[in-house]
Write a protein that binds this ligand. Sequence first.
Ligand code: FA5
Length: 338
Amino acid sequence: MEQIKAEFIQALAAATTLEALEQVRVDFLSRKGSITTFSKSADFSKMTPEEKRGFGQRLNELKNFATTSLEEAKTKLSASAPRQRKIALDLTAPGKGGRVGALHPITMAQLELEDVFQGMGFSVLYGPEVESEYFCFEALNIPHDHPARDMQDTFWLKNQLILRTHTSANQVRTLKRFGAPIRAIFPGRCFRYESIDPSHENTFYQCEGLVVDKDVSVANLIAVMRLILSQVFKREVKVRLRPGYFPFVEPGFELDLNCLLCGGKGCSTCGDGWIELIPCGLIHPEVLRHGGIDPKEYSGFAFGVGLTRLAMMKYGITDIRYLNKGDLRVNEQFATFF
Ligand code: FA5
């Protein structure tokens, strides 16, 4: 019996988990455990009544000792388990640190443009991305069968509305709502069914501008374009103005920027050294009429800054596809610019 007790004490000392304690209980106290087996193996026929009593007493003492010791060990382990978990949470360990967010380069360019234009007394307005065919095309002098529709292939929704192909869709909306005189810009996202390359995306941003007042001329338009470019790029940039055709302006121009990525030598982004950046012109009288403005009394100019391309030029981004990727490694690089 002393031998079994010694073995039990040794097994108990080695058990450091609740599972191990349960195993000790099974090994010693269960029906097939060594204490029970030992008690069954005793030959009572050869014992005197006194010896039987002594054996039974010592056996009970051993069982009680084993049961109590196991209970105590279990209580101790259960009490220390939560403490162990607490130790695993080390409040002094250095934190993992959150990632600091940053504005997208297009947003930065947009906010900067808004700032410059607001400084010149322009209102900043936003129009819907899902547009009617009327505001996107017809009100801009592009009827259903006009060849200019081919220049801007779009996405049609099932309800006959479209995803706007240009922010010019806001021109007549705004004239109808606010009348003249007006000075406003409308930055926003546009969509075209387009082949994608380093300077063309199917989803991109423009910033439309509209000025309607008395005696507005091309000279005013050019002065505003010059001012914007100098404020946005904060250095001399080379531009060229050439005739451009848009049914909603007359005369119409293309204002191209000498590519800032290659210095005008020609690269995969610009092709020939120039990048189409701000088409513009004097608002066509028919568009003014659609907006409820009398073209004999008022004139105006409009322009459509290619905002995504402006961001590319400003921040040295060589491929437009980086901008819609949502790749934080790209976006994070511009966090300090703003
Ligand atoms: C227009 O969208 C006219 N609404 C601009 C306008 C406004 C003309 C007011 C006259 C008066 P265009 O299709 O060229 O024009 O686009 C204008 C600018 O948006 C381009 O110069 C270019 O910088 C940018 N752009 C056009 N298509 C894409 C494209 N797929 N991906 C990225 N930028 C584009």
